[in-house]
Design a protein around this ligand. Structure first.
Ligand SMILES: *Cc1c(COP(=O)(O)O)cnc(C)c1O
Length: 376
């Protein structure tokens, strides 16, 4: 008997048709991951010993020199930034003076500024912006060179596949890596939502990034409150001495043995998964939904690829005939039974992303769209 915890609390379950959005719980853990977390919760272990074993295994699985589990990608960005400052001084972050931290510089492309960079800002270093968030004057390697000084501790790069929401104008990833290599400056990549493709787990560090950050709670399907840093050994001795269970900033980013073990279980499954078969399943479900509404005077369905996170995974956009009806459609889908959560694609269209859906949920969405279309 599984317990209906949400029912007991009077909280409505939603079908997540939006994708791996944190506000509805990101993704669903597999039974194998839940089992690993349950088992981990039952006994005590020495955390550092568990970390060493799991991080070694995660490094192997992701074909990196080193790995570290945090309690989210946002936490990982903060820890990585603090570790870069510590590395620059050759001194623990918690042992640095406020002045030493404040005069350190972290370079970020202006086109990459986004709400997740609070994680980097709060480390206390000076954020040095480079370039413009548009295509009038694309950022050059020289522009990035000029932004580097003796105080530069790191370059933070927000990596996103084509079609993603990032503004244009930044210097390309390879150019950024070239400039950083010339100056021996670490490049930390926020690639939190950049799986799929699975090979981003190793490709970005193989290209030359010092470390890449992934969210454990998005498509990796690990614990919601988990994140993964992978990369080069040279930075990880600093990450290990900055992050939990060390005192200092790391203590604020507590990660439990359940998350550590759960993320490992999830990554094991993710790298072993048949990603081609999964994409083919999504394509079939999209094709059948398009066919379902073929010739419908009110509803039309189209395939979109890549998705708005820049992931090479197909999704659907369902459009209703009435201009400006998207907000009302979202409301009715959310307030209906079952409750369906998604986002607007434009003023009369909504997204349905198969990534977080089961077959029975897609069936339920198709049938609910058939009802909603008549009341818009
Ligand atoms: C989701 C996301 C994060 C935060 O990841 P969490 O694991 O939820 O902390 C950071 N950066 C980007 C670009 C993201 O999409």
């Amino acid at each position: 008997m599984t317990r209906d915890i949400y029912g007991e609390l009077g909280v409505r379950k939603v079908i997540n048709a939006a994708g791996t959005y944190t506000m509805v719980g990101g993704s669903r853990m597999s039974e194998a991951t839940l089992e690993a977390m349950n088992a981990a919760a039952r006994d005590h272990v020495v955390l550092k010993e568990l970390q060493q074993k799991v991080h070694g295994r995660l490094a192997e699985l992701t074909r990196n020199e080193a790995a570290f589990v945090t309690n989210g990608a946002a936490a990982a960005l903060h820890i990585a930034a603090a570790a870069c400052i510590a590395k620059k001084y050759g001194r623990l972050y918690r042992a640095l003076s406020p002045e030493q931290i404040a005069k350190s510089e972290i370079v970020i492309h202006r086109a990459h500024r986004n709400p997740y960079d609070w994680s980097v800002r709060l480390v206390g270093a000076k954020i040095v912006e480079v370039g413009f968030p548009n295509t009038i004057l694309p950022t050059t390697e020289d522009d990035l060179e000029y932004a580097i000084t003796e105080n530069t501790a790191a370059i933070f790069y927000f990596f996103m596949g084509a079609g993603g929401w990032m503004a244009p104008g930044a210097l390309g990833f390879e150019g950024t890596l070239r400039v950083a290599a010339r100056h021996g400056i670490p490049v930390i990549v926020d690639s939190a939502a950049q799986v799929p493709p699975v090979d981003n787990l190793w490709r970005l560090t193989e290209m030359g990034a010092t470390a890449c950050v992934f969210s454990g709670g998005k498509d990796l399907r690990g614990p919601q409150a988990s994140g993964l840093i992978v990369g080069k050994r040279e930075l990880f001795s600093w990450i290990e001495r900055t992050a939990f269970p060390e005192y200092g900033v790391g203590r604020m980013f507590k990660v439990g043995r359940e998350e550590i073990v759960g993320l490992l279980a999830a990554v094991e499954q993710y790298v072993a998964m048949d990603h081609g078969a999964r994409a083919a399943w999504a394509e079939r479900r999209i094709a059948s939904t398009i066919a379902e509404f073929e010739g419908d005077p009110v509803v039309s369905v189209r395939r979109v690829y890549p998705n708005e996170a820049g992931q090479p995974f197909p999704q659907m956009v369902i459009s209703f005939a009435k201009p400006g009806c998207a907000a009302e459609a979202l409301r009715q889908l959310r307030e209906g039974n079952p409750s369906i959560f998604t986002m607007a694609a434009d003023d009369r269209s909504v997204f349905v992303n198969p990534m977080t859906l089961r077959d029975d949920e897609i069936d339920a969405i198709v049938s609910r769209v058939g009802e909603v279309k008549n009341s818009l």
